[in-house]
Design a protein. Sequence first.
Length: 186
Amino acid sequence: MYELWWIDVETTGLDPITDEIIEISLIQSYCDPVKRFLSPIQSKYTGLREPSCPISIEAFKVNGISLEQVMGKHLDHELLTNIITHTDVFIAHNASFDRSFFEKLFPEVMEKKWFCSMNGINWKKWGFASLGLQSLLKSHHIFPKQAHRAESDVVSLYRLLQEYNPMEKTYFWEMWDNNYHRFLNR
């Protein structure tokens, strides 16, 4: 059984060098690849964080998070460190983006396995022109409570990966199988 943490971040902009996380959400599940079992969501964490740089107008237009909303907010570093210590795999849509921001705050995530639902699933083969999360959700009739907010997006991603591809395999197991070789090289 593997412990999984699904993650989504909202940031002040797109550059992981100059921009920062302003919201993070993680959900926990477990999987057993032998039994092809993926557990329901076990727990959640969502936190806001005041950045040391301004929130770009472009980022605000996407996620709607203002500086006033994050003023004085801090992430639970103890909880996040505990999550990082115990997780086997982080899962994100466009994992390189989420990882690049998360590792600025917690460099130890560089040692963890990351699976990417954007690049680990052959969306184009299945007829989807866009790899964007919101487009894929809409195509699967999944409508987040609040698009481009971390908790809503990560829960919606979890739901999306329970859907089946045309080969009658869930997207989750397609992604897992496409990345499983990483576990063999531990």
